[in-house]
Design a protein around this ligand. Structure first.
Ligand code: ADP
Length: 423
């Protein structure tokens, strides 16, 4: 138990650490992306400013050309040879700048602190607000895109981790349960075999009175029953898993069949030991069922009601109709089941890890088999318990069958004498 808890907490720590590392990595990636896009945008804004400087240079050349009265040989917009260019008007200069640098505006006062004045001081050059706003918009967009991509990445990877974690936990749980199961089966097989060996030796090596022989015979029968039940359950589980558990169903009247099964179990577990009370409705209830397989279901539930309750036991089996369904409820006032264990109670190999129940022998296959058989009958089984020490109730719901016109031969379990109380 401690090992199991340790393994699970180690697994949890590994997954948690990996998730944290992943989140840090993605956070770092987002930061890097944002910084890169910031750099890119800063470079673009620098390019715009460089354009403003070029515009200033171009305009200054025109002004200088006029001032010196000489055409400027390096200017693309230089004067036509032989003509001294006249001083262009401010409007002409604005047009010239606008046609080459559409994002540069000529303004009477500086808008930004670094806006340069024209060479003749008649105006200032500034960057138009639209391209700057566009750059800011692009930056915001890049940050949002990077953030959402990162968030999506984190969510997707965390989701994958959770799925993987669950799968691994399931696998690990099954593996651990399987390990427990192997030791439980070994114990379950060894105990009656050892006991049978002792009784056989006693029978053949000692001279015993008739009463003693009968007592030993009863004890040996109990051991054989235990072995038989275990082997039967193992076989049925193997068949259920391989899909070869074949049901031989036929219309079955449930009340007499259930009485037979209950009396058989009462006899087997020791008359009166279950404190069994059977309550059935007078109305005949029929189902399409395999009496032997469904018998195994009731036997497993009654066997558990015996194992997981202290004396004096009080076990109740009720049979009732519920619309289109039939309900069979097996309830006891025994140890009960904690709410946290209820969802896993029908899992293969699952046994409640409580010390009190751990002292009780078992393999964790009984309820798995119960569920398999009931499901194959088109029904369902549910468990409820008000908590530890407050007993449990298993409710089987089966589809109801209209009573056949001609009742077939009743298939009931053997009817040994028992101490069953009728409801
Ligand atoms: P097994 O009895 O062989 O351990 P089962 O599959 O029949 O296996 O039951 C699984 C577990 O469910 C048991 O180990 C026990 O802890 C719990 N359980 C089953 N029936 C009862 C009950 N009537 N009262 C309390 N606990 C129960």
């Amino acid at each position: 138990m401690a090992n199991r808890a340790q393994t699970f907490s180690l697994q949890r720590i590994i997954f948690l650490s990996v998730s944290v590392v992943l989140c840090v990595q993605v956070g770092w990636w987002i930061k890097l992306q944002i910084r890169e896009s910031g750099r890119l945008l800063a470079a673009r804004s620098q390019a715009l400013k460089a354009g403003r400087a070029e515009a200033w240079q171009m305009d200054s050349l025109r002004v200088l050309t006029y001032i010196h009265g000489q055409p400027d040989p390096s200017s693309r917009r230089g004067a036509i040879e032989g003509r001294v260019p006249s001083m262009p008007s401010l409007e002409e200069r604005r047009q010239a700048i606008h046609s080459t640098f559409p994002y540069v505006a000529m303004v009477p006062y500086p808008v930004a602190p670094d806006d340069p004045p024209l060479l003749d001081g008649s105006a200032y050059l500034t960057l138009r607000p639209e391209p700057l706003a566009e750059l800011e918009r692009q930056e915001r967009h890049a940050i949002i895109r990077t953030g959402s991509e990162g968030a999506f990445m984190v969510v997707a990877v965390l989701f994958g981790f959770v799925v993987l974690y669950r799968k691994l936990s399931e696998e690990l749980g099954l593996k651990l349960r399987q390990r427990n199961f192997t030791s439980a089966v070994t114990h379950e097989l060894k105990t009656p075999i050892a006991s049978l060996k002792v009784w056989t030796e006693t029978l053949f090596t000692r001279s015993l009175g008739e009463e003693q022989r009968q007592r030993i015979r009863g004890l040996m029968e109990k051991d054989l029953d235990r072995l038989n039940e275990l082997v039967g359950n193992l076989l049925d589980v193997a068949r259920a898993e391989s899909g070869s558990l074949v049901l031989h169903t036929a219309p079955l009247e449930l009340a007499p069949w259930l009485r037979g099964v209950c009396e058989g179990m009462d006899h087997r577990l020791g008359p009166g030991a279950l404190g069994l009370k059977l309550e059935t409705t007078p109305e005949p209830l029929w189902a399409q069922a395999d009496p032997k397989a469904l018998g195994t279901v009731i036997e497993n539930l009654l066997s558990n009601a015996f194992k997981y309750a202290a004396e004096p036991r009080e076990t109740t089996v009720t049979l009732d109709g519920d619309g289109e369904d039939i309900l069979i409820v097996v309830s006891d006032l025994g140890h009960g089941i904690a709410a946290k264990d209820l969802p896993r109670i029908f899992h293969r190999f699952f046994r409640v890890g409580d010390e009190m129940t751990r002292q009780v022998s078992g393999t964790g296959l009984g309820l798995f088999l119960v569920k398999e058989i009931v499901t194959r009958h088109g029904g369902e089984v549910r468990v409820s318990s008000r908590g530890l020490g407050l007993g449990s109730a298993f409710t089987i719901r089966l589809p109801r069958l209209a009573p056949p016109l001609e009742a077939p031969q009743e298939a009931t379990a053997p009817d040994p004498t028992g101490s069953l109380e009728a409801g």
